[in-house]
Design a binder for this molecule. Structure first.
Ligand code: ATP
Length: 494
Protein backbone atom coordinates (compact mmCIF):
# COMPACT_ATOMS: atom_id res chain seq x y z
CA UNK A 1 0.00 0.00 0.00
CA UNK A 2 1.42 3.40 -1.02
CA UNK A 3 2.33 6.22 1.30
CA UNK A 4 1.72 9.89 0.59
CA UNK A 5 4.97 11.36 -0.69
CA UNK A 6 5.23 14.64 1.21
CA UNK A 7 7.99 16.78 -0.30
CA UNK A 8 7.71 19.87 1.84
CA UNK A 9 9.39 23.22 1.63
CA UNK A 10 8.81 25.75 4.39
CA UNK A 11 9.58 28.96 2.57
CA UNK A 12 7.00 30.98 4.49
CA UNK A 13 9.13 30.58 7.59
CA UNK A 14 11.79 32.75 5.97
CA UNK A 15 9.51 35.73 6.69
CA UNK A 16 9.93 37.60 9.99
CA UNK A 17 8.50 35.59 12.92
CA UNK A 18 5.55 37.93 13.46
CA UNK A 19 4.00 36.56 10.24
CA UNK A 20 3.18 33.15 11.73
CA UNK A 21 2.93 31.08 14.88
CA UNK A 22 3.61 27.42 15.57
CA UNK A 23 0.62 25.11 15.49
CA UNK A 24 -0.01 21.93 17.42
CA UNK A 25 -1.54 18.56 16.59
CA UNK A 26 -5.22 17.90 17.10
CA UNK A 27 -6.65 15.07 19.15
CA UNK A 28 -9.72 13.91 17.28
CA UNK A 29 -11.28 10.73 18.64
CA UNK A 30 -12.18 8.82 15.51
CA UNK A 31 -11.16 10.41 12.18
CA UNK A 32 -12.64 8.96 9.03
CA UNK A 33 -11.78 10.09 5.48
CA UNK A 34 -15.05 10.81 3.68
CA UNK A 35 -13.66 12.02 0.38
CA UNK A 36 -10.17 12.02 -1.09
CA UNK A 37 -9.13 13.69 -4.34
CA UNK A 38 -6.89 11.11 -6.00
CA UNK A 39 -6.33 13.07 -9.26
CA UNK A 40 -5.22 16.10 -7.26
CA UNK A 41 -2.90 13.92 -5.17
CA UNK A 42 -1.29 12.80 -8.43
CA UNK A 43 -0.97 16.40 -9.65
CA UNK A 44 0.73 17.39 -6.41
CA UNK A 45 3.15 14.50 -6.61
CA UNK A 46 1.73 12.97 -3.44
CA UNK A 47 0.89 9.72 -5.20
CA UNK A 48 2.46 7.91 -8.11
CA UNK A 49 0.20 7.02 -11.06
CA UNK A 50 -1.47 3.69 -10.52
CA UNK A 51 -0.45 3.57 -6.87
CA UNK A 52 -2.56 1.37 -4.63
CA UNK A 53 -3.67 3.82 -1.96
CA UNK A 54 -6.07 3.64 0.96
CA UNK A 55 -6.81 7.15 2.29
CA UNK A 56 -8.22 5.69 5.53
CA UNK A 57 -4.75 4.70 6.62
CA UNK A 58 -3.84 8.43 6.46
CA UNK A 59 -6.84 9.73 8.41
CA UNK A 60 -4.69 10.82 11.37
CA UNK A 61 -2.39 12.89 9.15
CA UNK A 62 -5.21 14.33 7.03
CA UNK A 63 -7.13 15.56 10.09
CA UNK A 64 -4.05 16.90 11.91
CA UNK A 65 -3.85 14.35 14.72
CA UNK A 66 -0.33 13.68 13.54
CA UNK A 67 1.81 15.81 11.25
CA UNK A 68 3.98 14.19 8.57
CA UNK A 69 7.61 13.87 9.63
CA UNK A 70 8.58 16.63 7.16
CA UNK A 71 5.96 19.12 8.44
CA UNK A 72 6.61 22.41 10.25
CA UNK A 73 3.05 23.33 11.10
CA UNK A 74 2.20 27.02 11.36
CA UNK A 75 -0.82 29.28 11.50
CA UNK A 76 -0.45 32.42 9.38
CA UNK A 77 -1.06 35.92 10.67
CA UNK A 78 -3.14 38.34 8.64
CA UNK A 79 -5.51 41.22 9.00
CA UNK A 80 -8.44 42.31 6.88
CA UNK A 81 -11.33 44.61 6.16
CA UNK A 82 -14.45 42.60 6.92
CA UNK A 83 -17.50 44.29 5.39
CA UNK A 84 -15.42 47.45 5.41
CA UNK A 85 -14.25 47.22 9.04
CA UNK A 86 -10.60 46.58 9.78
CA UNK A 87 -9.63 43.71 12.10
CA UNK A 88 -6.49 41.78 13.00
CA UNK A 89 -7.16 38.11 12.27
CA UNK A 90 -4.93 35.16 11.40
CA UNK A 91 -5.65 31.48 10.85
CA UNK A 92 -7.97 30.82 13.77
CA UNK A 93 -8.95 27.40 12.51
CA UNK A 94 -6.35 26.48 9.93
CA UNK A 95 -2.82 25.10 9.89
CA UNK A 96 -0.31 25.17 7.07
CA UNK A 97 1.60 21.90 7.36
CA UNK A 98 3.98 22.63 4.50
CA UNK A 99 4.44 23.67 0.90
CA UNK A 100 4.41 20.63 -1.35
CA UNK A 101 7.02 20.65 -4.13
CA UNK A 102 4.93 19.58 -7.10
CA UNK A 103 6.27 17.64 -10.08
CA UNK A 104 6.08 20.80 -12.21
CA UNK A 105 8.43 22.60 -9.83
CA UNK A 106 5.94 24.90 -8.09
CA UNK A 107 5.04 25.03 -4.42
CA UNK A 108 1.50 24.31 -3.22
CA UNK A 109 0.38 25.11 0.32
CA UNK A 110 -1.16 22.16 2.11
CA UNK A 111 -3.46 23.50 4.77
CA UNK A 112 -5.78 21.81 7.23
CA UNK A 113 -8.95 23.76 7.97
CA UNK A 114 -10.95 23.03 11.10
CA UNK A 115 -8.23 21.13 12.99
CA UNK A 116 -8.45 23.08 16.24
CA UNK A 117 -7.33 26.19 18.01
CA UNK A 118 -4.27 28.24 17.06
CA UNK A 119 -2.71 31.32 18.67
CA UNK A 120 -5.08 33.39 16.45
CA UNK A 121 -8.31 31.64 17.44
CA UNK A 122 -9.51 34.38 19.77
CA UNK A 123 -12.71 32.98 21.33
CA UNK A 124 -13.32 30.43 18.56
CA UNK A 125 -12.97 26.67 18.93
CA UNK A 126 -10.80 26.31 15.82
CA UNK A 127 -13.17 23.66 14.50
CA UNK A 128 -15.38 23.30 11.44
CA UNK A 129 -18.64 21.50 10.81
CA UNK A 130 -19.00 18.75 8.24
CA UNK A 131 -21.46 20.37 5.82
CA UNK A 132 -19.49 23.59 5.19
CA UNK A 133 -16.27 21.64 4.61
CA UNK A 134 -17.97 19.28 2.15
CA UNK A 135 -19.55 22.34 0.55
CA UNK A 136 -16.13 23.95 0.08
CA UNK A 137 -14.83 20.68 -1.44
CA UNK A 138 -17.75 20.46 -3.87
CA UNK A 139 -17.82 24.06 -5.02
CA UNK A 140 -14.06 24.54 -5.24
CA UNK A 141 -13.75 21.43 -7.40
CA UNK A 142 -16.68 22.65 -9.54
CA UNK A 143 -14.92 26.01 -9.96
CA UNK A 144 -11.76 24.25 -11.03
CA UNK A 145 -13.67 22.24 -13.64
CA UNK A 146 -15.21 25.48 -14.92
CA UNK A 147 -11.70 26.83 -15.45
CA UNK A 148 -11.87 29.39 -12.63
CA UNK A 149 -8.69 29.76 -10.54
CA UNK A 150 -9.33 28.41 -7.07
CA UNK A 151 -7.88 26.77 -4.03
CA UNK A 152 -8.35 23.01 -4.35
CA UNK A 153 -9.68 20.39 -1.99
CA UNK A 154 -7.64 17.28 -1.29
CA UNK A 155 -9.78 15.60 1.36
CA UNK A 156 -12.51 15.94 3.91
CA UNK A 157 -12.13 13.99 7.14
CA UNK A 158 -14.96 13.53 9.62
CA UNK A 159 -13.30 13.97 12.99
CA UNK A 160 -15.54 11.76 15.11
CA UNK A 161 -16.56 14.57 17.45
CA UNK A 162 -19.51 16.93 17.44
CA UNK A 163 -18.94 20.67 17.26
CA UNK A 164 -20.74 23.45 19.07
CA UNK A 165 -22.99 24.81 16.34
CA UNK A 166 -26.78 24.77 15.97
CA UNK A 167 -27.85 21.06 16.14
CA UNK A 168 -24.33 19.88 17.24
CA UNK A 169 -23.27 18.65 13.79
CA UNK A 170 -20.34 16.36 13.04
CA UNK A 171 -16.95 18.05 13.00
CA UNK A 172 -14.68 17.83 9.98
CA UNK A 173 -11.33 18.93 8.61
CA UNK A 174 -10.84 20.05 5.02
CA UNK A 175 -7.41 19.54 3.48
CA UNK A 176 -7.03 22.51 1.17
CA UNK A 177 -4.26 23.27 -1.28
CA UNK A 178 -3.42 26.60 -2.83
CA UNK A 179 -0.70 28.31 -4.82
CA UNK A 180 -0.35 30.18 -1.52
CA UNK A 181 -2.52 31.66 1.20
CA UNK A 182 -1.00 35.13 0.92
CA UNK A 183 -3.93 37.52 1.11
CA UNK A 184 -4.41 41.26 0.67
CA UNK A 185 -4.93 40.98 4.43
CA UNK A 186 -1.43 39.54 4.82
CA UNK A 187 -0.06 42.78 3.34
CA UNK A 188 -2.33 44.77 5.63
CA UNK A 189 -0.91 42.82 8.55
CA UNK A 190 2.63 43.48 7.34
CA UNK A 191 1.95 47.21 7.15
CA UNK A 192 0.26 47.28 10.53
CA UNK A 193 3.45 47.20 12.56
CA UNK A 194 4.74 50.30 10.78
CA UNK A 195 7.95 48.60 9.64
CA UNK A 196 8.48 49.12 5.91
CA UNK A 197 10.99 46.26 6.07
CA UNK A 198 8.15 43.83 6.88
CA UNK A 199 6.14 44.92 3.83
CA UNK A 200 9.25 44.67 1.70
CA UNK A 201 9.98 41.16 3.03
CA UNK A 202 6.46 40.02 2.19
CA UNK A 203 6.52 41.71 -1.22
CA UNK A 204 9.87 40.13 -2.07
CA UNK A 205 8.61 36.74 -0.93
CA UNK A 206 5.43 37.13 -3.01
CA UNK A 207 7.39 38.16 -6.08
CA UNK A 208 9.73 35.20 -5.78
CA UNK A 209 6.88 32.74 -5.21
CA UNK A 210 4.26 33.97 -7.67
CA UNK A 211 5.88 36.39 -10.09
CA UNK A 212 9.49 35.26 -10.54
CA UNK A 213 9.78 37.35 -13.72
CA UNK A 214 9.15 40.53 -11.73
CA UNK A 215 11.72 40.21 -8.95
CA UNK A 216 13.94 43.18 -8.00
CA UNK A 217 16.78 41.54 -9.90
CA UNK A 218 14.64 41.47 -13.06
CA UNK A 219 12.68 44.72 -12.81
CA UNK A 220 13.44 48.38 -12.23
CA UNK A 221 10.13 48.88 -10.32
CA UNK A 222 9.31 45.42 -8.92
CA UNK A 223 6.73 46.54 -6.36
CA UNK A 224 4.77 48.57 -8.88
CA UNK A 225 4.95 45.57 -11.21
CA UNK A 226 3.70 43.36 -8.37
CA UNK A 227 0.70 45.62 -7.84
CA UNK A 228 -0.14 45.64 -11.55
CA UNK A 229 0.21 41.85 -11.70
CA UNK A 230 -2.09 41.24 -8.74
CA UNK A 231 -4.65 43.70 -10.12
CA UNK A 232 -4.56 41.83 -13.45
CA UNK A 233 -5.15 38.47 -11.77
CA UNK A 234 -7.99 39.78 -9.64
CA UNK A 235 -9.61 41.45 -12.65
CA UNK A 236 -9.54 38.17 -14.56
CA UNK A 237 -10.81 36.21 -11.56
CA UNK A 238 -13.72 38.58 -10.96
CA UNK A 239 -14.63 38.50 -14.65
CA UNK A 240 -14.79 34.71 -14.50
CA UNK A 241 -17.03 34.87 -11.42
CA UNK A 242 -19.39 37.22 -13.25
CA UNK A 243 -19.36 35.00 -16.31
CA UNK A 244 -20.19 31.90 -14.26
CA UNK A 245 -22.82 33.66 -12.14
CA UNK A 246 -20.80 32.98 -9.01
CA UNK A 247 -21.46 35.18 -5.99
CA UNK A 248 -18.55 34.91 -3.55
CA UNK A 249 -20.48 36.51 -0.72
CA UNK A 250 -17.65 37.54 1.57
CA UNK A 251 -15.10 39.49 -0.45
CA UNK A 252 -13.27 40.79 2.59
CA UNK A 253 -9.62 41.67 2.06
CA UNK A 254 -8.60 38.60 4.08
CA UNK A 255 -10.37 36.49 1.44
CA UNK A 256 -8.66 38.15 -1.51
CA UNK A 257 -5.76 35.90 -2.54
CA UNK A 258 -2.69 37.49 -4.10
CA UNK A 259 -2.35 34.42 -6.34
CA UNK A 260 -5.68 35.30 -7.98
CA UNK A 261 -7.36 32.11 -6.75
CA UNK A 262 -10.87 32.02 -5.35
CA UNK A 263 -10.47 31.72 -1.58
CA UNK A 264 -13.07 30.97 1.13
CA UNK A 265 -16.33 29.29 0.14
CA UNK A 266 -18.38 30.38 3.15
CA UNK A 267 -21.63 31.98 1.98
CA UNK A 268 -21.04 31.70 -1.77
CA UNK A 269 -23.57 30.41 -4.31
CA UNK A 270 -24.41 30.53 -8.01
CA UNK A 271 -27.23 32.53 -9.55
CA UNK A 272 -30.41 30.72 -10.41
CA UNK A 273 -32.60 33.35 -12.07
CA UNK A 274 -30.56 36.28 -13.31
CA UNK A 275 -30.67 39.41 -11.21
CA UNK A 276 -27.77 41.78 -10.59
CA UNK A 277 -28.85 42.44 -7.00
CA UNK A 278 -28.55 38.80 -5.93
CA UNK A 279 -27.13 38.38 -2.44
CA UNK A 280 -26.72 34.99 -0.77
CA UNK A 281 -25.07 35.80 2.54
CA UNK A 282 -27.52 36.24 5.37
CA UNK A 283 -25.18 38.73 7.05
CA UNK A 284 -24.73 40.96 3.98
CA UNK A 285 -27.65 43.21 4.89
CA UNK A 286 -26.78 46.07 2.54
CA UNK A 287 -25.75 43.97 -0.44
CA UNK A 288 -22.12 45.10 -0.29
CA UNK A 289 -21.06 41.86 -2.00
CA UNK A 290 -24.07 41.46 -4.31
CA UNK A 291 -23.45 39.98 -7.75
CA UNK A 292 -23.30 43.34 -9.54
CA UNK A 293 -20.96 44.82 -6.96
CA UNK A 294 -18.22 42.19 -7.12
CA UNK A 295 -15.99 44.03 -9.58
CA UNK A 296 -16.09 47.34 -7.65
CA UNK A 297 -15.42 45.43 -4.43
CA UNK A 298 -12.46 43.56 -5.92
CA UNK A 299 -11.10 46.92 -7.07
CA UNK A 300 -11.66 48.32 -3.57
CA UNK A 301 -9.58 45.43 -2.22
CA UNK A 302 -6.83 46.28 -4.71
CA UNK A 303 -6.83 49.84 -3.35
CA UNK A 304 -6.24 48.43 0.13
CA UNK A 305 -3.32 46.40 -1.22
CA UNK A 306 -1.93 49.48 -2.98
CA UNK A 307 -2.02 51.45 0.30
CA UNK A 308 0.25 48.92 1.96
CA UNK A 309 2.76 49.13 -0.91
CA UNK A 310 2.95 52.94 -1.08
CA UNK A 311 6.25 53.24 0.86
CA UNK A 312 7.85 50.77 -1.56
CA UNK A 313 6.59 52.41 -4.74
CA UNK A 314 8.51 55.67 -4.55
CA UNK A 315 10.26 57.77 -1.93
CA UNK A 316 8.20 60.73 -3.14
CA UNK A 317 4.66 60.43 -1.72
CA UNK A 318 2.96 62.06 -4.72
CA UNK A 319 4.75 59.86 -7.22
CA UNK A 320 3.94 56.78 -5.15
CA UNK A 321 0.27 57.75 -5.08
CA UNK A 322 0.23 58.38 -8.83
CA UNK A 323 1.67 54.90 -9.43
CA UNK A 324 -0.85 53.31 -7.08
CA UNK A 325 -3.79 55.11 -8.73
CA UNK A 326 -2.61 54.08 -12.18
CA UNK A 327 -2.40 50.42 -11.14
CA UNK A 328 -5.75 50.31 -9.33
CA UNK A 329 -7.47 52.24 -12.10
CA UNK A 330 -6.32 49.52 -14.46
CA UNK A 331 -8.69 47.08 -12.77
CA UNK A 332 -11.94 48.03 -14.53
CA UNK A 333 -10.65 48.09 -18.11
CA UNK A 334 -8.98 44.70 -17.56
CA UNK A 335 -12.13 43.32 -15.93
CA UNK A 336 -14.37 44.62 -18.75
CA UNK A 337 -12.10 43.15 -21.38
CA UNK A 338 -12.18 39.65 -19.83
CA UNK A 339 -15.85 39.73 -18.92
CA UNK A 340 -17.11 41.00 -22.27
CA UNK A 341 -15.01 38.47 -24.15
CA UNK A 342 -16.34 35.57 -22.08
CA UNK A 343 -19.92 36.79 -22.42
CA UNK A 344 -19.62 37.31 -26.17
CA UNK A 345 -18.35 33.72 -26.41
CA UNK A 346 -21.53 32.62 -24.63
CA UNK A 347 -23.39 33.86 -27.71
CA UNK A 348 -20.93 32.25 -30.11
CA UNK A 349 -18.87 35.32 -31.00
CA UNK A 350 -15.10 35.23 -31.13
CA UNK A 351 -14.69 38.90 -30.23
CA UNK A 352 -16.42 41.37 -27.97
CA UNK A 353 -17.01 44.20 -30.44
CA UNK A 354 -19.65 46.70 -29.37
CA UNK A 355 -22.53 45.22 -31.36
CA UNK A 356 -21.93 41.78 -29.84
CA UNK A 357 -21.68 43.18 -26.35
CA UNK A 358 -24.92 45.05 -26.93
CA UNK A 359 -26.64 41.73 -27.70
CA UNK A 360 -25.33 40.31 -24.43
CA UNK A 361 -26.60 43.30 -22.47
CA UNK A 362 -30.03 43.09 -24.09
CA UNK A 363 -30.30 39.39 -23.31
CA UNK A 364 -29.34 39.93 -19.68
CA UNK A 365 -31.98 42.62 -19.46
CA UNK A 366 -34.61 40.27 -20.89
CA UNK A 367 -33.53 37.51 -18.52
CA UNK A 368 -34.03 39.85 -15.60
CA UNK A 369 -37.43 40.96 -16.89
CA UNK A 370 -38.66 37.39 -17.39
CA UNK A 371 -36.94 35.97 -14.31
CA UNK A 372 -35.05 33.55 -16.50
CA UNK A 373 -32.51 31.10 -15.14
CA UNK A 374 -28.99 32.34 -15.94
CA UNK A 375 -27.19 29.06 -16.65
CA UNK A 376 -30.12 27.29 -18.25
CA UNK A 377 -30.86 30.17 -20.63
CA UNK A 378 -27.40 29.96 -22.17
CA UNK A 379 -27.48 26.14 -22.05
CA UNK A 380 -30.78 26.13 -23.94
CA UNK A 381 -29.44 28.55 -26.54
CA UNK A 382 -26.39 26.29 -26.88
CA UNK A 383 -28.51 23.20 -27.48
CA UNK A 384 -30.66 25.07 -30.00
CA UNK A 385 -27.59 26.32 -31.83
CA UNK A 386 -26.29 22.74 -31.93
CA UNK A 387 -29.51 21.71 -33.72
CA UNK A 388 -31.36 20.45 -30.66
CA UNK A 389 -34.30 22.87 -30.97
CA UNK A 390 -36.89 21.24 -28.74
CA UNK A 391 -34.88 21.04 -25.55
CA UNK A 392 -36.57 22.98 -22.80
CA UNK A 393 -34.75 23.70 -19.58
CA UNK A 394 -36.20 24.86 -16.27
CA UNK A 395 -36.56 28.55 -15.73
CA UNK A 396 -36.45 29.51 -19.40
CA UNK A 397 -40.02 29.03 -20.69
CA UNK A 398 -41.34 32.53 -19.97
CA UNK A 399 -38.31 34.10 -21.64
CA UNK A 400 -38.37 31.91 -24.73
CA UNK A 401 -42.12 32.52 -25.23
CA UNK A 402 -41.83 36.31 -24.97
CA UNK A 403 -42.19 38.61 -28.00
CA UNK A 404 -39.27 40.79 -26.93
CA UNK A 405 -37.09 37.67 -26.77
CA UNK A 406 -38.16 36.68 -30.31
CA UNK A 407 -37.01 40.09 -31.57
CA UNK A 408 -33.71 39.73 -29.72
CA UNK A 409 -33.25 36.21 -31.08
CA UNK A 410 -33.71 37.43 -34.64
CA UNK A 411 -31.12 40.17 -34.14
CA UNK A 412 -28.70 37.65 -32.64
CA UNK A 413 -29.11 35.19 -35.51
CA UNK A 414 -28.55 38.04 -37.98
CA UNK A 415 -25.35 39.00 -36.20
CA UNK A 416 -24.16 35.39 -36.46
CA UNK A 417 -24.71 35.25 -40.19
CA UNK A 418 -21.47 34.55 -41.95
CA UNK A 419 -19.98 32.69 -38.95
CA UNK A 420 -19.56 28.94 -39.59
CA UNK A 421 -22.40 27.28 -37.61
CA UNK A 422 -20.21 24.47 -36.29
CA UNK A 423 -17.66 26.91 -34.95
CA UNK A 424 -20.39 28.95 -33.27
CA UNK A 425 -21.97 25.86 -31.71
CA UNK A 426 -18.63 24.57 -30.48
CA UNK A 427 -17.72 27.96 -29.03
CA UNK A 428 -21.04 28.07 -27.20
CA UNK A 429 -20.64 24.53 -25.88
CA UNK A 430 -17.34 25.47 -24.24
CA UNK A 431 -18.43 28.92 -23.02
CA UNK A 432 -21.76 27.85 -21.48
CA UNK A 433 -21.72 25.28 -18.69
CA UNK A 434 -24.59 22.80 -18.70
CA UNK A 435 -24.37 22.45 -14.93
CA UNK A 436 -23.26 24.58 -12.02
CA UNK A 437 -23.44 23.69 -8.32
CA UNK A 438 -26.94 24.96 -7.67
CA UNK A 439 -27.65 25.69 -4.08
CA UNK A 440 -30.66 23.36 -3.88
CA UNK A 441 -28.75 20.34 -5.22
CA UNK A 442 -25.72 21.12 -3.06
CA UNK A 443 -27.92 21.37 0.03
CA UNK A 444 -29.60 18.02 -0.79
CA UNK A 445 -26.22 16.31 -1.13
CA UNK A 446 -24.96 17.83 2.13
CA UNK A 447 -28.12 16.89 4.03
CA UNK A 448 -27.67 13.26 2.92
CA UNK A 449 -23.98 13.36 3.90
CA UNK A 450 -24.93 14.56 7.36
CA UNK A 451 -27.16 11.49 7.62
CA UNK A 452 -24.22 9.27 6.63
CA UNK A 453 -25.13 8.83 2.94
CA UNK A 454 -22.28 10.14 0.75
CA UNK A 455 -23.70 8.82 -2.53
CA UNK A 456 -25.61 12.02 -3.52
CA UNK A 457 -22.43 14.01 -2.84
CA UNK A 458 -20.36 11.76 -5.11
CA UNK A 459 -23.05 11.76 -7.83
CA UNK A 460 -23.20 15.56 -7.84
CA UNK A 461 -19.41 15.88 -7.72
CA UNK A 462 -19.03 13.59 -10.75
CA UNK A 463 -21.39 15.77 -12.81
CA UNK A 464 -19.76 19.01 -11.68
CA UNK A 465 -16.35 17.73 -12.69
CA UNK A 466 -17.51 17.74 -16.34
CA UNK A 467 -19.70 20.82 -16.56
CA UNK A 468 -19.84 21.22 -20.34
CA UNK A 469 -21.60 17.97 -21.31
CA UNK A 470 -24.64 19.48 -23.03
CA UNK A 471 -27.53 17.14 -23.67
CA UNK A 472 -26.20 14.49 -21.29
CA UNK A 473 -29.06 12.77 -19.45
CA UNK A 474 -27.20 12.68 -16.10
CA UNK A 475 -26.78 16.45 -16.31
CA UNK A 476 -30.50 16.99 -16.74
CA UNK A 477 -31.26 16.06 -13.14
CA UNK A 478 -28.95 18.83 -12.00
CA UNK A 479 -30.37 21.35 -14.47
CA UNK A 480 -33.62 21.24 -12.57
CA UNK A 481 -34.31 24.54 -10.82
CA UNK A 482 -36.41 24.10 -7.70
CA UNK A 483 -39.04 26.78 -7.03
CA UNK A 484 -37.78 29.64 -4.91
CA UNK A 485 -39.82 31.52 -2.33
CA UNK A 486 -37.42 34.42 -2.24
CA UNK A 487 -36.70 35.78 -5.70
CA UNK A 488 -33.19 37.13 -5.24
CA UNK A 489 -31.93 36.32 -1.77
CA UNK A 490 -31.06 32.87 -0.51
CA UNK A 491 -29.62 32.18 2.88
CA UNK A 492 -26.88 29.67 3.33
CA UNK A 493 -24.80 28.98 6.38
CA UNK A 494 -21.01 28.96 6.54
N1 ATP B 1 -14.36 28.27 14.68
C1 ATP B 1 -13.40 29.18 14.60
N2 ATP B 1 -12.45 29.25 15.54
C2 ATP B 1 -11.46 30.16 15.49
N3 ATP B 1 -11.34 31.07 14.52
C3 ATP B 1 -12.28 31.06 13.55
C4 ATP B 1 -13.34 30.12 13.54
N4 ATP B 1 -14.10 30.37 12.44
C5 ATP B 1 -13.53 31.40 11.80
N5 ATP B 1 -12.43 31.82 12.45
C6 ATP B 1 -11.53 32.91 12.06
O1 ATP B 1 -12.30 34.07 11.77
C7 ATP B 1 -11.75 34.76 10.66
C8 ATP B 1 -12.79 34.94 9.58
O2 ATP B 1 -13.33 33.69 9.26
P1 ATP B 1 -13.68 33.22 7.79
O3 ATP B 1 -14.90 32.39 7.91
O4 ATP B 1 -13.62 34.36 6.84
O5 ATP B 1 -12.42 32.32 7.45
P2 ATP B 1 -12.34 30.76 7.33
O6 ATP B 1 -13.43 30.26 6.48
O7 ATP B 1 -12.21 30.17 8.67
O8 ATP B 1 -10.93 30.61 6.62
P3 ATP B 1 -10.44 30.96 5.16
O9 ATP B 1 -10.67 32.41 4.92
O10 ATP B 1 -8.99 30.64 5.27
O11 ATP B 1 -11.19 30.08 4.22
C9 ATP B 1 -10.54 33.96 10.22
O12 ATP B 1 -9.42 34.55 10.82
C10 ATP B 1 -10.81 32.59 10.77
O13 ATP B 1 -9.61 31.88 11.03
Amino acid sequence: MSELDWQFAHSYRTLPPRFYASAVCAGFPNPHVLVFNTPLAHELGLLADGADFDPQTHADVLCGNRFPAQAHAIAQAYAGHQFGHFAVLGDGRATLIGEQRTPNGTLADVQLKGNGRTPYSRRGDGKAALAPMLREYLISEAMHALGIPTTRSLAVVRTGERVYRPHWPDGAVLVRTAQSHIRVGTFQFAALGGEVSDVRALADYTLARHFPDLTPEAQASPYCALLHAVVARQARLTALWQWAGFVHGVMNTDNSAISGETLDYGPCAFLDNYHPDTVFSSIDHHGRYRYANQAPMAQWNMARLAETLLPLLDADEHRALAQAYAAVNGFMPAFEQHYRTKMAQRLGFADNEQAHWHLVECLLHLMMRHRADYTNTFARLTLAQSGNRNTRLDGTDALFAADDFAAWHQAWQQALQGCPPDTVAERMRTANPAVIPRNAHVETALAAAEQGDMQPFHDLLAVLQQPFRHGDETCRVYQHVPAQDEPYRTFCGT
